[in-house]
Design a protein around this ligand. Structure first.
Ligand code: SAH
Ligand code: AVI
Length: 718
């Protein structure tokens, strides 16, 4: 219910509301307690126009009750008629007011006089509430208390800003509220899309008018990080040149970065090679596990771009909090979370009636919404529908970042992994799909394999691509979008990009989110002319291309002979789906490893340094880490064998002894020598692969092969 929209009913409905008058006393006392550690000088100075002196907050919150509740009562005597002018914030209907940037010049009234003003208004308010009020007055009082709680937060944000201007870096007080740390990696929490409710549910004891009316919003499948972005993650962004790369920033944001010389969040300082920051408890080293604070919307957005991710919309945030509150950490106690939603009225919005109608509605332009709550938010003040809002450049609030991504990522999720492991280990020949190799560690180990002497495919294909990239580029259309499947570290990509000035965008697709985010950020940095739109996903499942791919013809790129990890019928399905996805007049470049002698092949999959063995065993380590399985890694060994009949290298994990393994509440038995088949790597002939591609509806335009060791690249046309 909107506090103030409720019109005055008949006097007969006058109610004594003991809870309200108690709450009034508690909220008013809390405000004074917040000001307690501050000297009269601390309470007087204004550090910038957006921030107000504590003394002004104490006066203004009092003015609110005086103006909207007491002033209309004949028996009420104003404490000082001049205060109506001094402590009006922005209410046109309440008359002219003192200029906001000059609030810090008010050495009079003294801090003590402002407290006397509070006592005067409190006496009148308490008498009124104790005697019972009509529902209109009750609603205004409840609004006044919510208003005062907002200013309680502002007292802390504003004093921190003032102390930030002080070279002595003073502390507000030792043991002041601090954000909740969240060490360890963020987990994704997935949500299925559909119609969802946004806004304050009817019947709520109180909600601001801007949260109403509740309505419906359509959200797609999406994921939210279960925790906020940490300082450690933010430092990685800084160290990767985050504040120096215009391609990551909105144009307005980049202008700010340059105009204000931003190189880190507000209050951060580099001392002796380490980052320090000002907190309410004083100047302290930045805690890597704590959430990043004091970033603007522009910074939050640039960080998300750097990660290849995005900020959640308001509707997504609210949907997530309503459906899975227990799975999301740091919702209300650490930092307000910037959303990608502009602050605008909900359909059917009407500002509250009367002067308090100026409370929220008139600010509904040019600001962005933040959701949640912060370390400075009074307990119980916020709720799932609460809409905080600030200009996109403002950073003195306790504002942070919760990342979002498109799609549920179900294929790549722990549930999908668990299901595939349990299903696969239940088969007579145990097997697991190779896509589960690629967590962060698996992606790193794959790169290590590529460095080994024995694993020739990467080196050989790279050399071939270097030679033929100009020819591929010559056949690609103007304004082409490069779409890469299983892009990994996006290294070979660079050969195509450098040979093809006509590329406008790059869409890397990979199941390994950490590898993808890092590779996409590097490509974006090194090729500023290219729009980079990474997609975390499983290319064996239906995929959508991001909107950017709508801008041109598509050139698909599937190097590495990753197509060899499919069985032939799966490769056919993939090629057909890719043809549909890439669309009209598309081209597709596919790398295919070619059949050769068994010795070279087996060595490539069993390098002497043990990189491939570690890659294979990481699958079990990952199951232990993510699924709580109890694989004994020493009780399994790596095996790679050439199966000439099937024309494939097979990788297995061989049980060294009879044993049982627990996973997902199940027990799996292994005989000595029994294997889990973890990967096939089919080897082709150019003719054989061409036939497969033709069957899937592609025209083979050209094939190239390198000799010693043989590797092929085929250019297909739609
Ligand atoms: N293209 C790179 C990397 C090849 S490694 C190169 O040629 O060197 C295979 C890559 O495909 C890995 O990055 C892995 O994460 C990704 N991958 C494997 N299975 C996948 C799947 N089903 N969907 C999306 N990506 C997948
Ligand atoms: C990604 N894929 C093509 C590699 C391959 O050769 O089959 C994965 C790999 N497995 C062991 N070594 C490398």
């Amino acid at each position: 219910m909107s506090a103030a929209a409720d019109e005055a009913p008949a006097a007969a409905s006058r109610v004594v509301h003991a809870g309200l008058s108690q709450r009034y006393r508690a909220v008013r006392a809390r405000t004074l307690a917040l000001a307690e550690p501050l000297s009269a000088e601390d309470q007087t100075v204004q550090s910038m126009p957006d921030a107000s002196p504590t003394k002004w907050h104490l006066g203004h919150t009092t003015w609110f009750f005086e103006t909207f509740i007491l002033a209309e009562r004949p028996s009420y005597r104003r404490f000082d008629p001049g205060f109506a002018y001094l402590f009006n914030s922005y209410y046109e209907a309440a008359g002219p007011r003192h200029a906001r940037p000059k609030r810090g010049l008010l050495t009079r009234p003294s801090a003590e006089t402002v407290r006397a003003y509070r006592r005067h208004v409190d006496a009148a308010m308490e008498a009124l509430l104790d005697g019972g009020v009509d529902t209109r007055t009750e609603a205004l009082a409840v609004l006044g208390l919510a208003h005062e709680e907002q200013h309680q937060e502002l007292i802390l944000t504003d004093i921190l800003h003032l102390f930030g201007e002080n070279p002595l870096r003073p502390a507000y007080r030792q043991g002041a509220p601090a954000p909740a740390p969240a060490p360890g990696p963020a987990e994704w929490v997935a949500f299925e899309g559909g119609l969802t409710m946004v806004g304050a549910e009817p019947g709520l004891a109180f909600a601001f008018d801007n949260e109403q009316p509740a309505g419906q919003a359509l959200v797609g499948d999406f994921r939210l990080a279960d925790r906020l972005t940490t300082n450690a993650e933010w430092i990685a962004f800084i160290e990767d040149g985050g504040y120096q790369r215009p391609e990551l920033w909105l144009s307005e944001g980049w202008d700010r970065v340059r105009a204000e010389g931003w190189t880190a969040p507000l209050y951060w300082e580099r001392r002796d090679g380490a980052w320090w920051t000002l907190t309410l408890s004083g100047f302290a080293p930045v805690d890597p596990a704590a959430p990043v604070l004091h970033v603007s919307y522009y910074e939050a957005d640039a960080y998300a771009s750097w990660r290849g991710l995005r900020l959640p919309t308001e509707a997504e945030w609210e949907h997530a909090v309503r459906t899975a509150p227990g799975r999301l950490r740091q919702l209300y106690d650490s930092a307000w979370q910037w959303t990608a939603s502009a602050y605008a009225p909900y359909p059917g919005f009407r500002p509250a009636a009367g002067a308090v109608g100026e409370y929220n509605g008139k600010f509904m332009v040019s600001q962005m919404v933040l959701r949640g709550g912060s370390l400075a938010t009074p307990p119980g003040h916020s709720r799932p529908s609460y809409r905080n809002f600030f200009h996109p450049w403002q950073r003195w609030q306790f504002s942070g970042v919760r990342l979002a991504a498109d799609g549920t990522g179900e294929e790549a999720s722990a549930e999908g992994f668990l299901e595939d492991m349990v299903d696969g280990l239940s088969l007579p020949q145990k097997k697991v799909p190779p896509k589960w190799f690629y967590d962060a560690e698996g992606s790193r180990l794959f790169e290590a394999i590529c460095e080994t002497r024995e694993y020739y495919p990467t080196r050989t294909e790279t050399a071939l691509l270097r030679e033929i990239a100009p020819e591929i580029a010559a056949r690609a259309a103007e304004a082409t979008v490069l779409v890469e499947f299983g892009s990994g570290a996006s290294v070979k990509t660079r050969l195509i990009v450098e040979a093809s000035p006509q590329l406008v965008a790059y869409v890397p697709i990979d199941i390994s989110e950490p590898a993808l985010a890092e590779a996409a950020a590097r490509i974006a940095r090194d090729y500023p002319q290219l729009k980079v739109a990474p997609v975390v996903g499983d290319f064996t499942a239906p995929l959508d291309l991001p909107p950017i791919a709508g801008r041109g013809r598509r050139l698909g790129f599937f190097p590495g002979s990753t197509i060899g990890n499919f069985r032939p019928e799966e490769a056919g399905v993939f090629l057909r789906a890719a043809r549909t996805l890439l669309g009209r007049e598309a081209k597709l470049v596919v790398g295919v490893d070619l059949v050769k002698d068994a010795q070279t092949l087996e060595a490539a999959y069993d390098d002497a340094a043990g990189a491939t063995a570690a890659f294979n065993l990481n699958l079990l380590a990952r199951a232990n880490r993510e699924l709580g399985a109890d694989f004994d890694l020493d009780a399994f060994s790596h095996r790679a064998v050439w199966n000439a009949r099937e024309s494939r290298i097979e990788m297995h994990l061989v049980s060294r002894k009879p044993q049982t393994v627990r996973l997902g509440g199940r027990t799996f038995r292994f005989a000595e020598g029994e294997t889990i088949h973890t990967e096939n790597s089919y080897k082709f002939t150019l003719e054989g692969f061409s036939a497969l591609a033709a069957e899937a509806g592609w025209r083979v335009e050209r094939g190239w092969r390198s000799s010693d060791p043989a590797f092929g690249v085929v250019l297909l046309g739609a």
